[in-house]
Design a protein around this ligand. Structure first.
Ligand SMILES: [Zn+2]
Length: 242
């Protein structure tokens, strides 16, 4: 997200930019920022967390993520050809979540097994995170984040909850079905290429998401439980017919 903002800022000042957070220099070594000519440690300082020291999108602040060119190296392309290209055409299914957040249960969806079973006629790939178990019904491919971006780039579609991989698809204008439920919101992290599944609830009356950083919300969990596999399959068919 910052990377794309940095691209547009760099173009406007015609100079490379350097990541800063609350006025302090940050490392340029994040994998997602590598091979990016407009990001340089000696560039013009540019805040990575401009909203209250938080993310670009935060609570009720409307935000539309920008996109920027994303280049892959010859070595990365060779890895793709050797390990992934033979699966084309394929859909990427992402049943994984960051579990290190209190919001984790609010962002979980419960229909993955049923969905995978219903989509058994398709080739389904999963970008398998380190130290995780394979998921039945999917081609599990161990990936770094950049390799996940590469797999998504050449996919027909990504099916996921809101998070890093939906940004990877949106950033590369790849269609996705993004399951938001009521805890997260497309008004802050949505892309034009994303078909969104949202639930308006008492805790999410305006669709801006129920941002509870440190508490559990039963309504958000129930909202996710009521999102059906058929709702996703209808959107998938819309994408595949385009
Ligand atoms: Zn809630």
């Amino acid at each position: 997200m910052w990377r794309a903002e940095a691209y547009h800022y760099s173009k406007s000042i015609n100079k490379p930019v350097a990541p800063f957070r609350q006025g302090r220099k940050q490392s340029c070594n994040k994998p997602v920022w590598q091979h990016t000519p407009w990001i340089h440690p000696l560039g013009v300082p540019f805040e990575t967390h401009p909203v209250n020291g938080k993310r670009w999108y935060y609570q009720h602040r409307p935000y539309t993520p920008k996109t920027a060119p994303f280049e892959f190296t010859a070595e990365e392309m060779k890895w793709f050809q050797d390990n992934v290209a033979q699966h084309k055409p394929y859909i990427v299914v992402n049943p994984d979540y960051k579990t290190d957040s209190m919001r984790y249960p609010l962002k979980c969806w419960y229909g993955w097994d049923e969905l995978i079973s219903k989509l058994s006629n398709y080739t389904l790939l999963r970008c398998q995170p380190p130290n995780s178990q394979p998921v039945d019904g999917l081609h599990n491919i161990n990936t770094s984040f950049r390799q996940s971006m590469l797999i998504i780039k050449y996919s027909a579609c990504l099916i996921t909850t809101e998070g890093g991989l939906h940004h990877a698809a949106g950033h590369q204008s790849v269609p996705s079905i993004t399951i938001y439920g009521s805890a997260t919101t497309p008004f802050c992290t949505g892309y034009e290429t994303s078909k969104e599944i949202v639930r308006f609830t008492d805790c999410n009356p305006d669709g801006f998401g129920h941002y509870t950083e440190h508490e559990y919300c039963e309504q958000c969990v129930q909202a996710m439980k009521h999102i059906t596999t058929d709702e996703i399959i209808v959107k998938l068919e819309e994408i595949l017919c385009q």
